[in-house]
Design a protein around this ligand. Structure first.
Ligand SMILES: N[C@@H](CCC(=O)N[C@@H](CS)C(=O)NCC(=O)O)C(=O)O
Length: 218
């Protein structure tokens, strides 16, 4: 019998890029260990972590000692290595469409709202209210585009009736929008796909509340 790979995810429970990878691992039915890297305490900048991942970001996946970074590249590796269920459709045109939906979030919304960007704004004297406005602005602009792109071919999920890479990216971004108290009614396709996805255990089990470090009281 072939020994299963030892998978270890370096993540932070509220990191949405990490949340994507947890969902993908769960959808593939893969067991994995977690090494929490506390972003608020700056652990991602520690020399020990940067020796493993010079970019100093989470997530990072260790697979039998081989390290993979960048959530979309990690998920791509998982999808090649463990093809069932596929996270991108086989049809080239549909595949490109679903990938584009995913990148609308992963490449165009998320990087503008990353911790280091928010910290840089704070260092430049931008106050909390204006930083929150910045955060909501980029989500709203991205979600407007995503709603228009997804709606014509959406079903229960952002494309059709099977959860794919676009939904893997959507759910963490919707979590972020709710954290910032954004009304979501303007994006009914996204709300529907998010509700259908989060009802599935692979998505639910990846939720930050399900993987959050236990609060030690007393
Ligand atoms: N493009 C990267 C982005 C990773 C990323 O931005 N991770 C965030 C958490 S969601 C992080 O480590 N931020 C640290 C910082 O901004 O200082 C990916 O998709 O993996």
């Amino acid at each position: 019998m072939v020994r299963p790979m030892q998978l270890t995810l370096y993540d932070y429970y509220r990191s949405s890029a990490s949340y994507r990878v947890r969902i993908a691992l769960n959808l593939k039915g893969l067991a994995y260990a977690r090494v929490p890297v506390n972003l608020l305490e700056g652990e991602h900048k520690d020399e020990a972590y940067k020796a493993l991942n010079p970019q100093g970001f989470v997530p990072m996946l260790d697979a039998d000692g081989e390290r993979f970074t960048q959530s979309m590249a990690i998920i791509s590796w998982l999808d090649w290595k463990y093809p069932a269920p596929p996270l991108l459709p086989a049809n080239p045109s549909v595949r490109s469409h679903v990938f584009a939906l995913a990148l609308t979030i992963a490449a165009d919304i998320h990087p503008l709202n990353n911790l280091r960007v928010l910290k840089r704004l704070a260092a430049m004297g931008v106050d909390q209210a204006a930083r929150d406005d910045w955060y909501r602005h980029w989500i709203a602009e991205g979600f407007d585009a995503l709603e228009a792109l997804a709606a014509p071919h959406a079903g229960r999920f952002l494309y059709g009736d099977t959860p794919m890479l676009a939904d893997v990216c959507l759910v963490p971004q919707m979590f972020n929008a709710r954290r910032f108290d954004m009304p979501l009614d303007a994006w009914p396709t996204l709300v529907r796909a998010d509700a259908n996805a989060t009802a599935l255990e692979p998505f639910a089990a990846a939720h930050p509340d399900r993987v959050a470090p236990a609060v030690v009281s007393g």
